[in-house]
Ligand binder design. Sequence first.
Ligand SMILES: Cc1cc2nc3c(=O)[nH]c(=O)nc-3n(C[C@H](O)[C@H](O)[C@H](O)COP(=O)(O)OP(=O)(O)OC[C@H]3O[C@@H](n4cnc5c(N)ncnc54)[C@H](O)[C@@H]3O)c2cc1C
Length: 394
Amino acid sequence: MSSFEVAVIGLGAMGSAALFHLARRGVKAIGIEQFTPGHDRGSSHGESRAIRLGYFEHPSYVPLVRSAYENWREVEQLTGETVLTTTGIVEAGRPGSQLVAGSLEACLLHGLEHELLSPAEVRRRFPAIELPDDYSAMFQPQGGFVRADLANSLHLRLARQAGATILTNTKVAAVEPQREGVRIATGDGTIEAGRVVVSAGPWITELVPDLMRYITLNRMVLTWYEPKRPELFGLDRLPVFAIEDEDDLVYGFPDFAGTGLKCASHYSSGRLPRADAARQDAGPTDEARTRRFLERHLPEGAGRLKAMKTCIYTMTPDEDFVIDLLPSDPRIVVASPCSGHGFKFASVIGEILADLSTGGATRHDISRFRVSRFDGSGAGGSGQPALGARGEGG
Ligand SMILES: Cc1cc2nc3c(=O)[nH]c(=O)nc-3n(C[C@H](O)[C@H](O)[C@H](O)COP(=O)(O)OP(=O)(O)OC[C@H]3O[C@@H](n4cnc5c(N)ncnc54)[C@H](O)[C@@H]3O)c2cc1C
C-alpha cells in the first residue's frame, strides 16, 4: 500500500490545478483519474471557456476571478504557452436582462472598466452581432477565454515536473476515513493519504453521498459552425459574447483555432440521473436550438455545422460553488460543483484546495461556497463568515 500526504481524486480542471499547487509546495501528492486526462465525459473538455471580471452571477466573485487571472498568467510564465486570451466580452440582453444588469452592478461596485453600448454601436464595432434596437449591451475589455484542454494538460505537466504522482485509468471506488488518515480504495488496491481532495466533477456524489440531495446534473451541448463570412469571426473582429433573449442565453467564442465559431446555450437540454449516463449524443434538436439563436443574433455565423459535443454542468440549488472541508470529516476537501461557471476559477481553486488540504484554511474568501449553507446551519468546515444573500454581500 502506498501512502501520500494528500490524494486528489479526479484530474479535470479543479484536480489538475490542485495537484500542481500541492506539488509545487513540496507536498507528497498523488492525483488519481478514472479515464485518460483530456477525455470528453466530464465538464472540462471542448477547447475554450469564457472568463470575465464583472461577474453577473454575483459581485462577490470579482476578487476571486482577479486571483484566477493572476494564476493563469503564472501558468503562462512557467510554461511559455498562451492560456488566456483577452478579446473583451460583449454581454447583451433584452430589456430587463439579468445578464447585463448583474455584470453592470459588479463593474460599478468594483470599479471595473466597462462601456455601455447601443445595439447600433455593437453592430458597428462587431459586425457579426445583430441586436434588436431595445436591447442593452456592455463591453468589458478584460473578458476573454481560457484554452481549457491546454490549461488542464499544463497544470498536469507542471504537477508532474514538481514531483506529483499521477495515476490514470484508475477509478476510486470509495474514500474510507480511518483513525489515522484516509483509505482510498481502487480496483488495483488501496492508497493511504493524510487528506483527500475530492474533485470528481459530476461523479462527486458517488464518493461524497452527503452532497447527493443538493446536486443535479445538467446535459449541455457545445456546437461549432463554419461561418458564412469567416472574416467577421476571427480574433480581430469578434470578442467573446453572451446574449440573453426571450428564449435563451447563448454565449460564444471567436474562431481562434480554425475550428469555427463555437457557441452554446447556458440552459440545460435535460437532466442526467448520473454522470455515467452522459453520452456524446448531440443531435439535430440540439443543433436547431443554437442555429435558431445564431440566425437571430449572429446570422453570418449560422453556416455549416462542424462539430457538437455534450458536456455536464454540476449544479447546486443556488448555482454557487461548493468548496469546503467536509463538515463530517475535515480531512476530506470537496470541490467541483461549479454550476456551469467554474472553469475560469480553476487556477485559483487549485490554490485554495491546496491551502485547505494542507492547512485547513485559505486567504481567499470562500465563505459563499460552504456545504452547510444548504442545511441552514451556517457551520462551515473552513471557518469563515458567510456572505449575505445576493445584493447584500460583496
Ligand atoms: C458545456 C460547458 C460549458 C462551460 N462553459 C464555461 C465557461 O465558459 N466558463 C467557465 O468558467 N466555466 C464553464 N463551464 C464550467 C466548467 O467547465 C466546470 O465548472 C469545470 O470544468 C469543472 O471541472 P471539474 O474538475 O470540477 O470537473 P471534471 O472536468 O468533470 O473533472 C472531474 C474528473 O474527475 C474524474 N473522476 C470522477 N470520479 C472519479 C473516480 N471515482 N475516480 C477517479 N477519477 C474520477 C473524472 O473522470 C473527471 O476527469 C462549462 C461547463 C460545460 C459543461
